[in-house]
Design a protein around this ligand. Sequence first.
Ligand SMILES: Cc1cc2nc3c(=O)[nH]c(=O)nc-3n(C[C@H](O)[C@H](O)[C@H](O)COP(=O)(O)O)c2cc1C
Length: 180
Amino acid sequence: MKIVGIAGSLRKGSLNRALLQVAGTMVPEKHTFEVADIADIPLYNGDVSEAGIPEAVKKVYDRLESADGIVLASPEYNYSVPGVLKNAIDWLSRVDPQPFDGKAVAIMGASPSNLGTARAQYHLRQILVYLNAFVVNKPEIQIGGAFAKFDKEGNFTDDKDRKYIGRQMQALCDLAAKLL
Ligand SMILES: Cc1cc2nc3c(=O)[nH]c(=O)nc-3n(C[C@H](O)[C@H](O)[C@H](O)COP(=O)(O)O)c2cc1C
């Protein structure tokens, strides 16, 4: 199966981009993992949408459409989903067939605060209900105090959390297999 990941932060040094890479290493070996970058997606504009879907959206769409499972690793901004991720989802949802429909999705996030993006994750789940995606329920991956969990080279140092990330990737592949 093919698993595609999206990070909800455009920062080079993003904790969540790094977390997504950790998730990629924990996808069971018989499956593939790749990242779809949302950095070039413009702000949603209905007029532009009517004229045609922008290339940058199509690029991400093609990856997601051919995916069996999707991983969303996102920060929390003001207790919710960052605009860049919501904007990307809004664009993607205007392409027919929309690429989250009936797909298995895993949500994870890292933040310096204690709750590890928990509030944003529940908003993201709500958005995914409308898009008819099937979100992995357990385990939830909410990495709090995240700056302390990556070393200077950007390596993830928390083995307990790594184990949970591995379990979530297994759960994502199991759910994707059931939905085939
Ligand atoms: C606009 C903005 C809002 C933020 N709001 C929250 C928040 O509600 N909860 C939280 O835990 N962290 C919040 N933060 C801090 C982010 O968790 C922190 O910047 C984190 O490193 C962003 O993720 P990234 O490293 O993947 O870019 C906020 C940061 C920004 C820039």
